[in-house]
Design a protein around this ligand. Structure first.
Ligand code: ATP
Length: 599
């Protein structure tokens, strides 16, 4: 019988006795002998005994004792009993049980809150007393001083922070006291000082804001196109509440109520407390101010020093056919395949300046990353559908890192699935070549019109001829249901970033110079002078420097990074990354998705 049911009977019984017409002695006799009264007395006795005993754990460190026993057991001869005991003591569920026991024994499972003050003056009726246990975590709120009244107000509540989780403090609440100290006339910094000194529990006396703000904004995701370090920003309302981020990181914007300071989380830590980041407007302004504060220097697009020095060198005549025809044809599954876009002239041309007079706009307005640079790019999750074209795969990396080696390997791995785009050139066709196989041979005028109509992903000049890869050449591959794999200079990525191509950019990064000295012992680089020449130490150093510059300037566009140390490893990782790009969900600019749904 449950105790509550039993107590109900107890209450019923006296009323029955009372209603019966009985003399007092027999009533008392019956009452004292009734089983329910005896049972009730027994319960009472048990409770009294329990109260006196005050049960206490024999030890508060059962876990430690268990570990000691396990250690001792290892020193005595093994027997089935010893084995069993050790097995029990080391079992995960048993350890969890002891851990729970110790937690209860040490009573560290709930915070201690101070008693609320008994006397609250009538005039303070509208006040709210809020107690919080800090537990070494930040409060998750910022304060400010009201410009006119001088009141100290809660400026914002950080999403996921202690204050928000308590549900007791709101932006706009007026602070009256902190831990019994009046904040009247204090500067926000002084209040922060009081808060910083408080350990464990903090008690606020606040006048609640009449309309607590409701955050019903939609969750927005952005890619950080720049980096941000709160410690270096003197303008941030609270450095500790700032969220540092790197280029290319995906952020979830959880609050845009403040026009200057948004609240965001990193996509990699969505359960963490949000942090403050400058709003789009503020960060754009900061970037502009920084830009103007820099000493004037004519901007030059990222180029390798080796490139400019090469341009001054005289070209040597090298037998083109013997160099260019290398490994262009191969057999796969009994079928002959031709691989275009790997020619020496094309590769050397890529290294040359992209600041061509052909481009309709000057360097700093089109392909250059500084022009039109937004600090946050809104992104959305994209999953390629079965009937969608493949995403363009773009490989980027400093010259000599192995971009072509990896690209070639990928295509040769399965030429029915991976293919390069056939480039365009203005040079004349050789007798052993075929139009549309090695190159699309076009006139200078046609090439220029492709450039002017923004149909060239990349282009350049080599030995007085133009070379480049057109958007249409990429489409020709994609339309066949294949994956197009191209090699671009980082400044050309922006041109390829369109809804129609949805490029997935993989940065091929060199390992350290000392690693390369080992792995590139037999590797060869191509130069204007030499068809193939061994890497020198300065080539490797330059590769490392250039990779660093590329990451600093263009890291925001890289969807994936592969360090090319061991070639076989890099090949495997590239294949996996390309598969993931086509089959897995990724963050892409939101405009790539919305344009699609509108059409
Ligand atoms: N991980 C590696 N280990 C050893 N050698 C490598 C590795 N990756 C590439 N190589 C070699 O380095 C040389 C340069 O590679 P590759 O031609 O692919 O460079 P690239 O990045 O395409 O540069 P370029 O702009 O000069 O064409 C080649 O001989 C290649 O076989």
């Amino acid at each position: 019988m449950s105790l509550s049911h039993f107590l109900k009977l107890v209450l019923q019984q006296p009323s029955l006795f009372y209603s019966r017409d009985m003399n007092g002695v027999s009533l008392l006799y019956d009452l004292l002998h009734s089983p329910w009264l005896l049972a009730l007395l027994k319960v009472y006795e048990c409770l009294q005994e329990f109260k006196e005993k005050k049960p206490a754990p024999v030890t508060a460190r059962a876990q430690a004792s268990s570990s000691e026993v396990v250690e001792l057991l290892s020193e005595i001869p093994n027997s089935p009993e010893v084995h069993e005991l050790r097995h029990i003591l080391q079992a995960l569920h048993f350890k969890a049980l002891l851990s729970a026991h110790d937690t209860v024994a040490q009573k560290d499972f709930e915070p201690w809150l101070p008693p609320l003050p008994d006397t609250v003056a009538e005039s303070e009726e509208a006040m709210r007393i809020v107690c919080m246990v800090k537990n070494q975590q930040p409060l998750g709120a910022t304060i400010k001083r009201h410009e006119l009244t001088g009141d100290i107000l809660v400026a914002r509540i950080i999403h996921g922070g202690l204050a928000e989780r308590s549900g007791l403090l709101y932006a706009g609440d007026k602070l009256v006291e902190v831990n019994g100290v009046s904040v009247k006339g204090l500067e926000p910094e002084q209040v922060i000082h009081i808060l910083a000194l408080s350990r464990g529990t903090i008690m606020f006396k606040v006048v609640p804001v009449s309309d607590p703000p409701v955050n019903n904004q939609e969750m927005v995701y952005v890619r950080a196109m720049t980096e941000y370090w709160p410690q270096e920003d003197p303008g941030i309302p609270c450095v500790d509440a700032g969220l540092p981020f790197q280029k290319g990181e995906i952020l979830q914007i959880v609050d845009q109520n403040d026009p200057l300071w948004w609240q965001a989380r990193r996509i990699s830590a969505l359960s963490a407390c949000a942090g403050l980041i400058p709003s789009l407007h503020l960060l754009t302004r900061k970037q502009r101010e920084f830009w103007w504060s820099q000493p004037y220097s004519p901007h030059s697009c990222l180029k390798s020093a080796r490139v400019s020095s090469m341009e001054e060198e005289d070209d040597m005549q090298i037998d083109e056919k013997c160099v260019e025809a290398d490994k262009e044809e191969f057999v796969y599954d009994g079928q002959m395949f031709f691989i275009a876009g790997f020619r020496r002239s094309m590769r050397l041309c890529r290294r040359k300046s992209h600041r061509s007079h052909l481009h309709p706009s000057a360097c700093c307005s089109g392909r250059c990353p500084i022009a039109g640079h937004v600090p946050y790019e809104e992104v959305a999750r994209y999953q390629r559908g079965p009937s969608d074209k493949h995403r363009l795969i773009v490989l980027v990396g400093p010259s000599g890192v192995g971009v072509n080696e990896l690209r070639r390997h990928l295509i040769e791995h399965n030429p029915n699935h991976f293919q390069s785009a056939v480039p365009h050139t203005t040079r004349s066709k050789k007798s052993y070549e075929m139009n549309g196989r090695e190159y699309h041979y076009v006139s200078k005028e046609t090439f220029e019109s492709l450039v002017y109509s923004q149909r060239m992903l990349e282009y350049g000049e080599y030995k007085g001829q133009l070379y480049g890869t057109s958007v249409d050449a990429v489409h020709a591959v994609l339309d066949e249901g294949k994956v197009c794999v191209v090699d671009l200079e980082p400044q050309d990525i922006q041109v390829a970033r369109t809804q129609e191509l949805k490029p997935y950019v993989i940065f091929i990064k060199p390992p350290t110079v000392s690693c390369m000295r080992r792995s590139r012992k037999h590797a060869k680089t191509i130069t204007d002078y030499f068809v193939e020449r061994k890497f020198k130490d300065e080539d490797l150093q330059e590769m490392e420097d250039l990779a660093h510059k590329m990451e600093t300037q263009f890291g925001q566009y890289f969807d994936h990074v592969i360090v090319n140390d061991s070639l076989p490893d890099a090949q495997v990782r590239l294949l996996a990354a390309v598969r993931q790009a086509q089959e897995g969900p990724q963050w892409v600019p939101a405009t790539w998705i919305s344009t699609e749904s509108e059409s």
